[in-house]
Ligand binder design. Structure first.
Ligand code: SF4
Ligand code: SF4
Length: 340
Protein backbone atom coordinates (compact mmCIF):
# COMPACT_ATOMS: atom_id res chain seq x y z
CA UNK A 1 0.00 0.00 0.00
CA UNK A 2 1.21 3.51 -0.71
CA UNK A 3 -0.24 6.96 -0.12
CA UNK A 4 -1.06 10.16 -1.97
CA UNK A 5 -2.79 13.39 -1.02
CA UNK A 6 -5.72 14.31 -3.26
CA UNK A 7 -7.31 17.77 -2.94
CA UNK A 8 -11.07 17.56 -2.36
CA UNK A 9 -11.63 19.91 -5.29
CA UNK A 10 -10.23 17.21 -7.61
CA UNK A 11 -12.82 14.58 -6.67
CA UNK A 12 -15.16 15.66 -9.52
CA UNK A 13 -12.22 15.18 -11.93
CA UNK A 14 -11.63 11.72 -10.51
CA UNK A 15 -15.30 10.80 -10.88
CA UNK A 16 -15.47 12.19 -14.43
CA UNK A 17 -12.33 10.27 -15.37
CA UNK A 18 -13.61 7.04 -13.83
CA UNK A 19 -16.85 7.46 -15.77
CA UNK A 20 -14.89 6.96 -19.03
CA UNK A 21 -14.03 3.44 -17.94
CA UNK A 22 -16.71 2.44 -15.46
CA UNK A 23 -20.26 2.91 -14.31
CA UNK A 24 -19.71 5.02 -11.19
CA UNK A 25 -22.03 4.25 -8.28
CA UNK A 26 -21.94 6.38 -5.16
CA UNK A 27 -24.05 7.81 -2.35
CA UNK A 28 -26.74 10.23 -3.57
CA UNK A 29 -29.59 11.92 -1.74
CA UNK A 30 -33.03 10.32 -1.82
CA UNK A 31 -35.49 12.45 0.11
CA UNK A 32 -33.96 12.84 3.55
CA UNK A 33 -31.93 9.64 3.16
CA UNK A 34 -29.15 8.36 0.94
CA UNK A 35 -28.84 5.47 -1.49
CA UNK A 36 -26.03 4.06 -3.62
CA UNK A 37 -26.98 4.88 -7.21
CA UNK A 38 -25.26 5.34 -10.59
CA UNK A 39 -24.05 8.92 -10.99
CA UNK A 40 -24.95 10.97 -14.02
CA UNK A 41 -22.88 13.92 -12.80
CA UNK A 42 -20.18 14.24 -10.09
CA UNK A 43 -22.28 16.93 -8.38
CA UNK A 44 -24.75 14.23 -7.33
CA UNK A 45 -22.13 12.57 -5.14
CA UNK A 46 -22.81 13.17 -1.42
CA UNK A 47 -19.61 12.31 0.38
CA UNK A 48 -21.12 13.85 3.54
CA UNK A 49 -23.69 11.03 3.75
CA UNK A 50 -24.20 9.19 7.03
CA UNK A 51 -25.39 5.80 5.78
CA UNK A 52 -27.45 4.43 2.90
CA UNK A 53 -30.84 2.77 3.11
CA UNK A 54 -29.63 -0.35 1.31
CA UNK A 55 -26.05 -1.56 1.52
CA UNK A 56 -23.50 -2.15 -1.22
CA UNK A 57 -24.33 -5.88 -1.46
CA UNK A 58 -27.04 -5.11 -4.04
CA UNK A 59 -24.31 -4.38 -6.62
CA UNK A 60 -22.89 -7.90 -6.29
CA UNK A 61 -25.91 -9.86 -5.12
CA UNK A 62 -29.01 -8.07 -6.51
CA UNK A 63 -32.37 -8.32 -4.74
CA UNK A 64 -33.60 -10.22 -7.80
CA UNK A 65 -31.59 -11.59 -10.70
CA UNK A 66 -32.06 -14.04 -13.53
CA UNK A 67 -29.52 -16.84 -13.23
CA UNK A 68 -30.35 -18.47 -16.56
CA UNK A 69 -32.94 -18.97 -19.27
CA UNK A 70 -33.84 -22.58 -20.12
CA UNK A 71 -35.75 -24.53 -22.78
CA UNK A 72 -38.51 -26.70 -21.38
CA UNK A 73 -38.56 -29.44 -24.07
CA UNK A 74 -35.06 -30.79 -23.35
CA UNK A 75 -34.32 -28.98 -20.07
CA UNK A 76 -31.38 -27.19 -21.74
CA UNK A 77 -29.76 -23.96 -20.56
CA UNK A 78 -29.97 -21.45 -23.43
CA UNK A 79 -28.41 -18.42 -21.69
CA UNK A 80 -26.52 -18.17 -18.44
CA UNK A 81 -24.45 -15.08 -19.18
CA UNK A 82 -23.56 -12.84 -16.24
CA UNK A 83 -23.82 -9.05 -16.09
CA UNK A 84 -20.22 -7.82 -15.94
CA UNK A 85 -20.61 -4.07 -16.22
CA UNK A 86 -17.25 -2.61 -15.08
CA UNK A 87 -18.20 -0.52 -12.09
CA UNK A 88 -16.76 1.67 -9.35
CA UNK A 89 -18.40 1.76 -5.95
CA UNK A 90 -17.35 5.17 -4.73
CA UNK A 91 -17.49 6.24 -1.09
CA UNK A 92 -17.98 3.05 0.91
CA UNK A 93 -17.47 3.54 4.63
CA UNK A 94 -15.18 1.10 6.47
CA UNK A 95 -18.12 -1.00 7.75
CA UNK A 96 -19.37 -1.50 4.20
CA UNK A 97 -15.93 -2.36 2.86
CA UNK A 98 -15.65 -4.93 5.65
CA UNK A 99 -19.12 -6.29 4.90
CA UNK A 100 -17.99 -7.23 1.39
CA UNK A 101 -15.06 -9.18 2.83
CA UNK A 102 -17.53 -11.11 5.00
CA UNK A 103 -19.74 -11.75 1.96
CA UNK A 104 -16.67 -12.97 0.04
CA UNK A 105 -16.24 -15.76 2.60
CA UNK A 106 -19.69 -17.00 1.65
CA UNK A 107 -19.75 -16.43 -2.11
CA UNK A 108 -16.08 -16.91 -3.04
CA UNK A 109 -15.27 -20.02 -1.01
CA UNK A 110 -14.43 -23.49 -2.36
CA UNK A 111 -17.21 -23.33 -4.94
CA UNK A 112 -17.44 -19.65 -5.94
CA UNK A 113 -20.76 -18.18 -7.00
CA UNK A 114 -20.11 -17.13 -10.65
CA UNK A 115 -22.59 -14.26 -10.59
CA UNK A 116 -21.18 -12.66 -7.45
CA UNK A 117 -17.60 -13.34 -8.53
CA UNK A 118 -18.03 -11.76 -11.98
CA UNK A 119 -19.30 -8.54 -10.41
CA UNK A 120 -16.67 -8.55 -7.65
CA UNK A 121 -13.88 -9.04 -10.22
CA UNK A 122 -15.17 -6.11 -12.27
CA UNK A 123 -15.75 -3.61 -9.48
CA UNK A 124 -13.29 -1.06 -8.15
CA UNK A 125 -13.86 -0.05 -4.53
CA UNK A 126 -13.16 3.50 -3.35
CA UNK A 127 -13.56 3.67 0.42
CA UNK A 128 -14.25 6.83 2.39
CA UNK A 129 -13.69 7.83 6.01
CA UNK A 130 -16.76 8.79 8.04
CA UNK A 131 -17.79 9.90 11.52
CA UNK A 132 -20.02 7.65 13.66
CA UNK A 133 -23.72 8.42 14.01
CA UNK A 134 -25.72 7.47 17.11
CA UNK A 135 -26.68 4.14 15.50
CA UNK A 136 -23.13 3.06 14.58
CA UNK A 137 -21.33 0.42 16.61
CA UNK A 138 -18.74 -0.86 14.13
CA UNK A 139 -16.07 -0.21 16.79
CA UNK A 140 -17.52 -3.12 18.80
CA UNK A 141 -16.54 -5.59 16.08
CA UNK A 142 -13.34 -3.90 14.90
CA UNK A 143 -14.96 -3.04 11.56
CA UNK A 144 -14.46 0.69 12.04
CA UNK A 145 -11.13 0.25 10.25
CA UNK A 146 -10.28 -1.50 7.04
CA UNK A 147 -6.86 -2.30 5.66
CA UNK A 148 -7.99 -4.59 2.83
CA UNK A 149 -10.90 -4.85 0.46
CA UNK A 150 -10.50 -1.53 -1.35
CA UNK A 151 -8.54 -0.16 -4.30
CA UNK A 152 -8.37 3.37 -2.91
CA UNK A 153 -9.40 4.60 0.53
CA UNK A 154 -9.98 8.33 1.02
CA UNK A 155 -9.51 9.68 4.54
CA UNK A 156 -10.57 13.26 5.02
CA UNK A 157 -7.83 15.63 6.26
CA UNK A 158 -9.05 19.22 6.03
CA UNK A 159 -9.31 20.30 2.39
CA UNK A 160 -7.65 17.09 1.17
CA UNK A 161 -8.02 13.36 1.25
CA UNK A 162 -5.23 11.13 2.50
CA UNK A 163 -5.52 8.39 -0.10
CA UNK A 164 -4.42 4.85 0.74
CA UNK A 165 -3.85 3.00 -2.52
CA UNK A 166 -4.01 -0.76 -2.40
CA UNK A 167 -4.20 -2.02 -5.98
CA UNK A 168 -2.51 -1.48 -9.33
CA UNK A 169 -5.81 -0.34 -10.84
CA UNK A 170 -6.30 2.11 -7.96
CA UNK A 171 -2.81 3.52 -8.59
CA UNK A 172 -3.51 3.82 -12.32
CA UNK A 173 -6.69 5.85 -11.92
CA UNK A 174 -5.14 8.17 -9.31
CA UNK A 175 -2.19 8.68 -11.62
CA UNK A 176 -4.43 9.31 -14.60
CA UNK A 177 -7.14 11.57 -13.21
CA UNK A 178 -5.81 13.58 -10.23
CA UNK A 179 -2.56 15.24 -9.16
CA UNK A 180 -2.04 12.92 -6.17
CA UNK A 181 1.01 14.51 -4.56
CA UNK A 182 3.37 12.64 -2.21
CA UNK A 183 2.37 12.70 1.47
CA UNK A 184 4.35 14.71 3.99
CA UNK A 185 4.88 14.05 7.70
CA UNK A 186 2.27 16.74 8.38
CA UNK A 187 -0.26 14.88 6.23
CA UNK A 188 0.37 11.64 8.11
CA UNK A 189 0.04 13.48 11.44
CA UNK A 190 -3.29 14.94 10.25
CA UNK A 191 -4.43 11.46 9.23
CA UNK A 192 -3.52 10.09 12.67
CA UNK A 193 -5.33 12.96 14.43
CA UNK A 194 -8.40 12.43 12.27
CA UNK A 195 -8.41 8.71 13.07
CA UNK A 196 -8.14 9.47 16.80
CA UNK A 197 -11.09 11.89 16.72
CA UNK A 198 -13.13 9.31 14.79
CA UNK A 199 -12.42 6.64 17.42
CA UNK A 200 -13.31 9.06 20.23
CA UNK A 201 -16.64 9.98 18.65
CA UNK A 202 -18.34 6.60 19.16
CA UNK A 203 -21.26 6.76 21.58
CA UNK A 204 -21.96 3.00 21.56
CA UNK A 205 -21.10 1.03 24.69
CA UNK A 206 -21.95 -2.47 23.47
CA UNK A 207 -19.82 -5.03 25.33
CA UNK A 208 -19.22 -7.99 23.05
CA UNK A 209 -16.82 -9.85 25.34
CA UNK A 210 -17.71 -13.50 25.90
CA UNK A 211 -20.59 -13.23 23.43
CA UNK A 212 -20.28 -16.80 22.04
CA UNK A 213 -20.22 -18.17 25.60
CA UNK A 214 -23.28 -16.11 26.53
CA UNK A 215 -25.11 -17.33 23.44
CA UNK A 216 -24.30 -20.93 24.33
CA UNK A 217 -25.44 -20.43 27.91
CA UNK A 218 -28.66 -18.57 27.06
CA UNK A 219 -30.07 -20.70 24.26
CA UNK A 220 -33.17 -21.50 26.33
CA UNK A 221 -33.47 -18.07 27.95
CA UNK A 222 -36.85 -16.37 28.12
CA UNK A 223 -35.39 -13.33 26.36
CA UNK A 224 -35.95 -15.04 23.00
CA UNK A 225 -39.68 -15.35 23.67
CA UNK A 226 -39.79 -11.69 24.69
CA UNK A 227 -37.93 -10.60 21.56
CA UNK A 228 -40.12 -12.92 19.48
CA UNK A 229 -43.24 -11.25 20.90
CA UNK A 230 -41.90 -7.89 19.73
CA UNK A 231 -40.78 -9.04 16.27
CA UNK A 232 -43.11 -8.38 13.33
CA UNK A 233 -41.46 -10.95 11.02
CA UNK A 234 -41.16 -8.21 8.41
CA UNK A 235 -37.61 -9.17 7.37
CA UNK A 236 -36.53 -5.52 7.09
CA UNK A 237 -33.46 -6.23 9.25
CA UNK A 238 -32.22 -8.79 6.71
CA UNK A 239 -32.99 -6.72 3.65
CA UNK A 240 -31.01 -3.70 4.85
CA UNK A 241 -28.17 -5.77 6.30
CA UNK A 242 -24.92 -5.68 4.32
CA UNK A 243 -24.01 -9.19 5.46
CA UNK A 244 -27.32 -11.09 5.24
CA UNK A 245 -27.14 -13.27 2.17
CA UNK A 246 -29.95 -15.83 2.23
CA UNK A 247 -31.73 -16.28 -1.07
CA UNK A 248 -34.48 -18.27 -2.72
CA UNK A 249 -34.39 -19.71 -6.24
CA UNK A 250 -37.47 -20.36 -8.34
CA UNK A 251 -38.38 -20.99 -11.99
CA UNK A 252 -40.77 -18.79 -13.95
CA UNK A 253 -42.32 -20.17 -17.15
CA UNK A 254 -42.87 -17.83 -20.08
CA UNK A 255 -46.41 -17.45 -21.50
CA UNK A 256 -45.94 -19.97 -24.33
CA UNK A 257 -44.50 -22.51 -21.87
CA UNK A 258 -41.54 -23.33 -24.15
CA UNK A 259 -38.94 -21.45 -22.10
CA UNK A 260 -38.47 -20.26 -18.58
CA UNK A 261 -36.07 -18.37 -16.38
CA UNK A 262 -34.46 -19.34 -13.10
CA UNK A 263 -34.57 -16.38 -10.72
CA UNK A 264 -32.73 -15.73 -7.47
CA UNK A 265 -34.26 -13.34 -4.93
CA UNK A 266 -33.24 -12.19 -1.47
CA UNK A 267 -34.88 -14.15 1.33
CA UNK A 268 -34.84 -13.82 5.10
CA UNK A 269 -34.69 -16.28 7.97
CA UNK A 270 -37.12 -13.90 9.69
CA UNK A 271 -39.92 -14.85 7.29
CA UNK A 272 -42.18 -17.65 8.50
CA UNK A 273 -42.07 -19.58 5.21
CA UNK A 274 -38.25 -19.56 5.15
CA UNK A 275 -38.28 -22.70 7.30
CA UNK A 276 -41.27 -24.34 5.63
CA UNK A 277 -40.26 -27.78 4.35
CA UNK A 278 -42.08 -30.98 3.38
CA UNK A 279 -42.67 -32.17 6.93
CA UNK A 280 -43.66 -28.77 8.32
CA UNK A 281 -41.95 -25.67 9.66
CA UNK A 282 -38.80 -26.10 11.74
CA UNK A 283 -38.89 -22.47 12.98
CA UNK A 284 -42.59 -22.01 13.44
CA UNK A 285 -42.52 -19.28 16.05
CA UNK A 286 -41.00 -15.79 15.87
CA UNK A 287 -38.85 -16.39 18.95
CA UNK A 288 -37.08 -19.24 17.13
CA UNK A 289 -36.48 -17.06 14.10
CA UNK A 290 -35.05 -14.10 16.07
CA UNK A 291 -32.84 -16.49 18.00
CA UNK A 292 -31.65 -18.19 14.83
CA UNK A 293 -30.68 -14.89 13.21
CA UNK A 294 -28.53 -13.91 16.17
CA UNK A 295 -27.00 -17.34 16.60
CA UNK A 296 -26.08 -17.46 12.94
CA UNK A 297 -24.50 -14.02 12.95
CA UNK A 298 -22.72 -14.01 16.31
CA UNK A 299 -21.97 -17.70 16.74
CA UNK A 300 -22.30 -19.88 13.62
CA UNK A 301 -20.44 -17.63 11.21
CA UNK A 302 -17.90 -16.80 13.93
CA UNK A 303 -17.15 -20.47 14.51
CA UNK A 304 -16.45 -20.90 10.81
CA UNK A 305 -14.67 -17.68 9.83
CA UNK A 306 -13.50 -16.21 13.17
CA UNK A 307 -15.50 -13.02 12.55
CA UNK A 308 -19.08 -12.21 13.48
CA UNK A 309 -21.48 -11.65 10.59
CA UNK A 310 -22.22 -8.06 11.56
CA UNK A 311 -20.28 -4.88 10.86
CA UNK A 312 -22.19 -2.59 13.23
CA UNK A 313 -23.55 -0.38 10.45
CA UNK A 314 -26.76 0.31 12.39
CA UNK A 315 -29.04 -0.14 9.37
CA UNK A 316 -31.16 -2.71 11.23
CA UNK A 317 -31.38 -0.29 14.17
CA UNK A 318 -32.90 2.28 11.84
CA UNK A 319 -35.13 -0.18 9.98
CA UNK A 320 -36.64 -2.29 12.76
CA UNK A 321 -40.02 -1.01 13.94
CA UNK A 322 -39.75 -3.28 16.99
CA UNK A 323 -36.36 -1.81 17.97
CA UNK A 324 -34.60 -5.17 17.87
CA UNK A 325 -30.92 -4.75 17.03
CA UNK A 326 -27.56 -6.25 18.07
CA UNK A 327 -26.90 -3.78 20.93
CA UNK A 328 -30.29 -4.51 22.49
CA UNK A 329 -29.93 -8.26 22.03
CA UNK A 330 -26.41 -8.25 23.50
CA UNK A 331 -27.66 -6.21 26.49
CA UNK A 332 -30.50 -8.71 26.96
CA UNK A 333 -28.04 -11.60 26.87
CA UNK A 334 -25.87 -9.92 29.49
CA UNK A 335 -28.62 -8.82 31.87
CA UNK A 336 -31.28 -11.48 31.20
CA UNK A 337 -33.78 -8.64 30.64
CA UNK A 338 -35.05 -7.16 27.38
CA UNK A 339 -34.92 -3.42 27.95
CA UNK A 340 -38.07 -1.52 27.06
S1 SF4 B 1 -36.31 -7.99 14.09
FE1 SF4 B 1 -37.37 -6.09 13.49
S2 SF4 B 1 -36.86 -5.75 11.31
FE2 SF4 B 1 -36.32 -7.89 11.82
S3 SF4 B 1 -38.14 -9.08 11.25
FE3 SF4 B 1 -38.38 -8.57 13.44
S4 SF4 B 1 -39.54 -6.63 13.44
FE4 SF4 B 1 -38.79 -6.91 11.33
S1 SF4 C 1 -26.96 -6.92 11.83
FE1 SF4 C 1 -27.60 -4.74 11.73
S2 SF4 C 1 -25.79 -3.60 12.41
FE2 SF4 C 1 -25.08 -5.67 11.92
S3 SF4 C 1 -24.37 -5.53 9.79
FE3 SF4 C 1 -26.54 -6.20 9.74
S4 SF4 C 1 -27.74 -4.30 9.53
FE4 SF4 C 1 -25.64 -3.71 10.15
Amino acid sequence: MFFRVIPKREIPDLVRGLAHEFEVVGPVAKGESFVFAPLTDPSELRLDYDTTLLPAKQWFFPASETLMRFRVADNAVVDDSVDVTPRVLFGLHPCDVNSLLLMDNVFLGDDPDPYYKARRDNTLIVGLSCMPTDTCFCDAWGTDETHWGFDIFLSEIGDDYYASIRSVKGAEVVDRYVTGREVTEEDTAAFQARTASFKAAFASDIDTSQLPVLLDAKYDSGIWAELGDLCLSCGACSMVCPTCHCFDVHDELEADQTHGTRVRTWDSCMFRDFAEVAHGNFREVRAARVRYRYYHKQWGYLSRFERVLCVGCGRCTRACKAHIDPPRVVRALQTGVVDR
